[in-house]
Design a protein around this ligand. Structure first.
Ligand SMILES: O=C(O)C1=C[C@@H](OP(=O)(O)O)[C@@H](O)[C@H](O)C1
Ligand SMILES: C=C(OP(=O)(O)O)C(=O)O
Length: 410
């Protein structure tokens, strides 16, 4: 369904409650399956977390996790340890193009029995669950941190825990640290020194009843930073429930958006974004996003909306996400009149102040394409193709935009 966004102006002050982080939720759901005494509050209502939860509860032999990358990777590890269960783990057409060999090889090195049903190195997987007996493994760390988190999450349930050696430059490090922090929170001992991670074993009976609260999703907050940046001075948006010491790397937004004239204030459980100054057209936006790849689309579009030059690096993981996000960004920004150059790991946007009106933005089954481009309606009317795609991480996104004052029709 195409959504037509009119040129909009938002209210001076708004408050939005954002659902739980999908990254934290999907980790805690897996830990809860391993240690049922854990209770979770503010779980994400995203499709990816609903799929994760259903997959863990399912007794079927075929499990389809659609577009959910973390669910695919985390469940591969989980089912490989479920002695006596044979599972076919599959996903969407795009999921069948997202590589998984690094994780499968690592699990098989630990003693798992995982093979490929269609193409070598890609889902669907045939997983024969069994007890994994080994505990030392080496894995290439520069492709996706999700492979690493998947191993770490099951590690405390292995007889001898894990000694994981990371090979090469480590990408998306905050997501690895998030996994380790959540393990620590339930009482698992972890160590991350240099390129070695060790996790001590922990029996089910050793984890006490406890309640863990998921912080709201910082990647979802990024769209409100973009909206604030493109709004009039004095506009403020309050989001909850957030904390200053976040486990989520995307909380770097608070620093990054200073470059766009947006300040961040933490109070109680909320964060207030305020547009405090106009940025001048000679401002250059330069960031390395290897620690926060999911906000690359938001930042690129904010820079384009404000007519700023922008150079983003550390984007090597973008081409294996929901779509090739580098190509998608270039194609769609250029439809709007922008000039974009991409390499395998970077994006450069030229300073262009004219924007085409009523352009239809293709979203390529990628929630973040829809959400990143929507704020441009503060500058020009725009059409977002397949607007329902947002439910992958943020099902109420359009309701929340309407509450801010955005005007749209189907
Ligand atoms: O572990 C996680 O929850 C995630 C890790 C990141 O993936 P990569 O490590 O593949 O960059 C990120 O892009 C994804 O949205 C969520
Ligand atoms: C990359 C993402 O998700 P996943 O890899 O879990 O599909 C995302 O939400 O931006």
């Amino acid at each position: 369904m195409n959504l037509h966004l009119n040129k909009s102006t938002i209210h001076k002050a708004s408050t939005i409650q954002i659902t739980g982080s999908k990254s934290e939720s999907n980790r805690l759901l897996l830990l809860q399956a391993l240690y049922p005494e854990i209770k979770i509050t503010n779980v994400s209502n995203s499709d990816d977390s609903v799929l994760m939860s259903k997959a863990l509860a399912s007794r079927d032999n075929i499990i389809d996790i659609h577009h959910a990358g973390t669910a695919m990777r985390f469940l591969t590890a989980y089912f490989s340890t479920q002695d006596g269960r044979d599972i076919e783990l599959t996903g969407s057409k795009r999921m069948k193009e997202r590589p998984i060999a690094i994780l499968v090889d690592a699990l098989n090195q630990l003693g798992a029995d995982i093979s490929y049903k269609e193409n070598q190195g890609f889902p669907p997987l045939l997983i024969k669950g069994k007890k994994l007996t080994k505990n030392k493994v080496t894995l290439k760390a520069n492709v996706s941190s999700q492979y690493i988190s998947a191993l770490l999450l099951i590690a405390p349930k292995l007889e001898n825990g894990i000694e994981l050696t990371l090979d090469g430059e480590i990408t998306s490090v905050p997501y690895i640290k998030m996994t380790l922090s959540l393990l620590e929170e339930i009482g698992v001992k972890t160590k991350f020194e240099g390129n070695l991670i060790t996790i001590a074993p922990k029996k089910q009976s050793e984890v006490n009843a406890q309640q863990l609260t998921v912080e709201s999703d910082w990647s979802s907050a990024s769209y409100f930073y973009s909206i604030a940046a493109m709004s009039a001075i004095g506009t403020s948006i309050t989001l909850s429930s957030y904390k200053q010491n976040s486990l989520q790397g995307d909380s770097a937004l608070a620093t990054i958006y200073k470059s766009f004239g947006v300040t961040t204030t933490f109070k109680d459980n909320s964060v207030t974004l305020q547009k405090v100054e106009e940025v001048t057209l000679d401002t250059q936006i330069n960031f390395d996003l290897k620690n926060a790849p999911d906000i690359a689309q938001t930042i690129s579009v904010t820079a384009f909306g404000l007519g700023l030059e922008c150079h983003l690096t550390g984007l090597h993981t973008l081409k294996i996400k929901e779509t090739d996000r580098l190509v998608a960004l270039k194609t769609e920004i250029e439809k709007l009149g922008g000039q974009v150059a991409i390499t395998d790991n970077s994006l450069t946007l030229k300073k262009v102040t004219n924007r085409q009106q009523n352009i239809t933005i293709a979203t390529y089954n990628d929630h973040r394409m829809a959400m990143a481009f929507a704020p441009l309606a503060l500058k020009v009317p725009i059409i977002i193709e397949d607007s329902k795609v947002v439910s992958k991480s943020y099902p109420t996104f359009w309701d929340d935009l309407a509450a801010l004052g955005f005007i749209f029709s189907v």
